[in-house]
Ligand binder design. Structure first.
Ligand SMILES: C[S@@+](CC[C@H](N)C(=O)[O-])C[C@H]1O[C@@H](n2cnc3c(N)ncnc32)[C@H](O)[C@@H]1O
Length: 301
């Protein structure tokens, strides 16, 4: 990735909820195009440290290039493994963690990754193209009932059974390969609606497959459980999510009053000014929490 087209969501809100000071140590668990990372690096200054994580090797290579010479360290890893990443860089606990989950505009624009409906490239949908099973293989392999369940569970798609039956009929003739072909197959299984919906008819099915191949909900759930163990008492966590399945997990985790003081009663959304400038921010929900001290913690919040 030579440069980024990704616009970071709710930058001012992220900074305000993370409450960083010069000298702080912070993990950006979703480096992406590096916009948030840059803000975090500026907030903690030269005496602080940013540890930037992403599953996508392309995002890490780009970050290493644009942040050369700055106090930012990189790890190509899953954010559910933040404790292992911190062990590897010799850091015990950090002051803040940011997760801005999902996919970046750079990934969406890269036709070879298959994230976009009109991409000619293979329907891959993996954040880390070197790990796990690409979506086209899943689509050609799963029994129609399992495919329908997956599309229903992770896409909340009410036409999941019709879509799975149509996929099964098409792949009998030849395996489905490209994202564009897959989007067409899905769209052809959905009854025409009036007025036409605002989103592409394959949106929910793509979301379901992406969640499945990347184990997105599982990763988020694990990260929410494991991250507080590596936050200092009073340390902050901010999570930005883009659909209700993710937001539900964050909301439930931050409700645990043994671990967190929740700082956002309801999710924070992007301002009108931001949504008009960056339409992607329309579906973003930000939640923040502060780690409570455990009995025996040396410092209190
Ligand atoms: C919305 S983008 C982040 C954008 C970034 N905050 C910025 O300002 O440019 C999400 C990024 O998270 C990465 N990602 C998604 N799931 C991940 C996971 N479980 N572990 C690590 N990175 C992940 C994706 O590869 C993508 O680059």
């Amino acid at each position: 990735m030579a440069s980024t087209i990704h616009k970071s969501v709710m930058p001012a809100e992220v900074l305000s909820y993370l409450g960083l000071k010069p000298g702080d140590r912070v993990v950006d668990g979703t480096l992406g195009g590096g916009g948030h990372t840059r803000l975090l690096a500026e907030a903690v200054g030269p005496t602080g440290q940013v540890i930037a994580v992403d599953r996508d090797p392309g995002a890490i290579a780009h970050g290493a290039e644009i942040f050369a010479g700055l106090p930012v360290r990189f790890a190509q890893a899953n954010y559910r493994d933040i404790p292992e990443v911190l062990d590897a860089v010799g850091v015990d606990a950090v002051d803040a963690v940011l997760l801005d989950v999902g996919l970046s505009s750079d990934q969406l624009a890269d036709a070879s990754r298959g994230f976009s409906f009109d991409a000619d490239g293979p329907l891959d949908l993996r954040f880390d193209p070197t790990e796990g099973e690409p979506a086209w293989r899943l689509v050609n392999r799963l029994r129609p009932e399992s495919l329908a369940d997956l599309i229903y569970e992770f896409g909340e798609e009410r036409f999941s059974r019709r879509i799975a039956r149509r996929i099964a009929a098409v792949r009998e003739k030849a395996p489905i390969q490209s994202a564009r072909e897959f989007a067409r197959v899905v769209a052809s299984a959905i009854p025409r609606q009036y007025p036409p919906p605002r989103i592409h008819p394959a949106t929910r099915t793509f979301q379901a497959l992406r969640i499945a191949v990347n184990e997105e909900l599982k990763s988020l759930q694990i990260a929410l459980e494991r991250t507080p163990t590596r936050l200092v008492p009073g340390g902050r966590m901010v999570v930005i999510s883009f659909h209700s399945l993710e937001d539900r997990l964050v909301k439930q985790a931050f409700r645990n009053t043994q671990v967190w003081e929740c700082l956002t009663r309801s999710p924070v959304d992007a301002s009108e000014e931001e949504t008009s400038r960056n339409p992607r921010s329309r579906s973003a929900h930000l939640r923040a929490a502060r780690r409570l001290p455990e009995p025996g913690d040396a410092t209190s919040a």
